[in-house]
Design a binder for this molecule. Sequence first.
Ligand code: SAM
Length: 282
Amino acid sequence: MLSYRHAFHAGNHADVLKHLIQVQIIDYLGQKDKPFWYIDTHAGAGAYSLTEGYATKTAEYVDGVARLWQRDDLPPAVARYLEVVRSINPDGELRHYPGSPWFAAETMNRSEKLRLFELHPSDFQLLGECFADAGRRIKVEKSNGFEALKSILPPPPRRALVLIDPPYEDKGDYQRVVNAMQESLKRFATGTYAIWYPLLQRPEIKDMVAQLKALLCHSWLDTTLTVRTPSKEGFGMHGSGMFIVNPPWTLPATLNDTLPWLTEVLAVDKGAWHSVEYRENK
Ligand code: SAM
């Protein structure tokens, strides 16, 4: 079942949280003079129009990136994230939104490699077109990202950020994420892994996060950004979370500095709040 199209959601509050954190991790990894890989198990289309097609139907970006676009009081991590969004909108009008592969390609050193997996035929084609001139630096594959991950870990430079960002339309994705992490840590224990997840009123999410917290890893960070009060009917996404295995040690402080501002700016109602939980395992 491949009905999910990320174009409907491009630039929404969940993308803001995910991509802001992605940029922070890549900038941190880039500080060392040693190469690293970026691996995206569920890469999407690479870039999205906000003025044509699917995004205009839902206009989720209006309550996401658009709320930040004109602000002049940006915390440094938000300013850095918006720098990349501006790179795809050089005339200053917010018309396009970069996907996670674009954020990576733009923020990584030109000699560092990206491995991108996408199963949907149309998004796979768009992703390929997006990076058609990238040569061997960026490899795009039409494969199941959960399966492909097993075959490429550990990556040759022994340093990497792995982004795991499934649609979760199939409830099985919650357990697939846990299984993929257990497998991946056996092959590549020192990698940094960032897992996006939705905040919905479903038991599978709590179960997944509890299992991620029990992984045998050096450290983890779990952060959430809720933008609205969960609905009485029990439907809809009220926020999102990022679970990061082996995060940069600087990330908890950056998020504690940034999320109060971001929560206020992205709040839809008084139910908005955020959390940051960090643990180092002995
Ligand atoms: N990471 C992207 C970003 O931040 O711009 C968004 C990805 S979107 C949430 C999830 C994507 O995963 C969709 O494009 C979907 O077609 C794709 N997908 C679904 N199942 C997949 C699988 N098993 N392997 C690879 N891609 C898959």
